[in-house]
Design a protein around this ligand. Structure first.
Ligand SMILES: C[S@@+](CC[C@H](N)C(=O)[O-])C[C@H]1O[C@@H](n2cnc3c(N)ncnc32)[C@H](O)[C@@H]1O
Length: 284
């Protein structure tokens, strides 16, 4: 069941911002290629919904977009996004705003491109968000969004996914701290977790909260409790803030919002699909 506390989870400090570092991961790096479809960014007004640390917002600004609007519910993620934009000298082009996509007003017929990556899966009502984004696109505007496939609900599948995620991440191999994390993760995960539910995993070793366990709890409530005890722990999202959906349902979010589907691109490995990206256009 999707958590009523999901929004509280993402708004809180010390949660997702601790471990969400997609910039070193091959799968996530590849996502920039999908924006080639959009072509030229010059003079375009772009939105990045669920911008996180702003990797796409920064990219659009560097590609020459006239203005970029980055929305996120997490002030902690936005702090990092703003700092990085300042470092790269592009902060004048990006307007970062804290807010919930499900509540916030977006200007109608305004954006040329809306990007919503790795975010729909965290929403209580993804259809409402897609309708809102569709309304705020100009006629002819494009939306690019993704989600994860429903089979990631299966623990064994998810564990393999997280393993591949870390193997794919250069950071895990180059940074000694992350290597510790990986070793810890793999030892525990391979020997125990593939066959035992995550919440039963003992977290006996207090000093390890510095190294951080790549661990996933079932509920947001458990996660908040755990973080109270081990504030430095680096926990994956609790399972109840992941709103997995079948591919067909995901695609229908866009067609039901009146958008024309241009392309559906599978993500992940051919033998291990992660999810799908939808590229859709507002035709009227
Ligand atoms: C996995 S991160 C993805 C960040 C970025 N799009 C990327 O791909 O690097 C998901 C982001 O969605 C944000 N988020 C979750 N629920 C949200 C909501 N209701 N409204 C706005 N942002 C939300 C989270 O705070 C988080 O930064």
């Amino acid at each position: 069941m999707f958590s009523e506390q999901a929004e509280e989870y993402f708004s809180a400090r010390g949660t997702v911002a601790k471990w969400w570092n997609p910039e070193n991961n091959r799968w996530y790096k590849k996502q920039f290629e999908y924006f080639d479809y959009f072509g030229n960014f010059e003079n375009k007004i772009v939105a990045d919904i669920g911008t996180g640390k702003g990797r796409f917002a920064h990219y659009f600004a560097k590609k020459g977009a006239q203005g970029v609007y980055g929305l996120d519910i997490s002030e902690e993620m936005l702090d990092i996004a703003r700092r990085n934009a300042q470092r790269d000298g592009i902060s004048g082009k990006i307007f970062f705003k804290q807010g919930n996509i499900l509540d916030i007003e977006l200007k109608n017929n305004f954006f040329d491109l809306i990007c919503c990556m790795e975010t729909l899966i965290h929403l209580r009502d993804p259809q409402k968000a897609v309708v809102k984004m569709a309304e705020s696109l100009k006629k002819g505007g494009i939306i690019i969004a993704n989600t994860d496939r429903v089979m990631l609900r299966l623990r064994i599948y998810r564990n393999i996914y997280y393993l591949l995620y870390w193997v794919n991440s250069c950071e895990s191999l180059l940074n000694p701290l992350c290597y510790c994390k990986f070793l810890f993760f793999s030892k525990r995960l391979l020997s125990k977790l593939l066959f035992k539910p995550f919440p039963e995993m003992p977290y006996e070793c207090e000093s390890l909260d510095k190294f951080v366990s790549l661990r996933q709890l079932k509920t947001t409530k458990d996660t908040f409790e755990f973080l109270k005890q081990y504030p430095a722990a680096d926990l994956l999202y609790p399972l109840d803030v992941l709103n997995f959906m079948p591919k067909e349902k995901f695609i229908s979010l866009f067609s039901d919002a009146g958008l024309k589907i241009i392309k559906v691109i599978p993500e992940g490995h051919w033998f291990f699909p992660k999810g799908d990206i939808v590229i859709a256009r507002k035709v009227c």
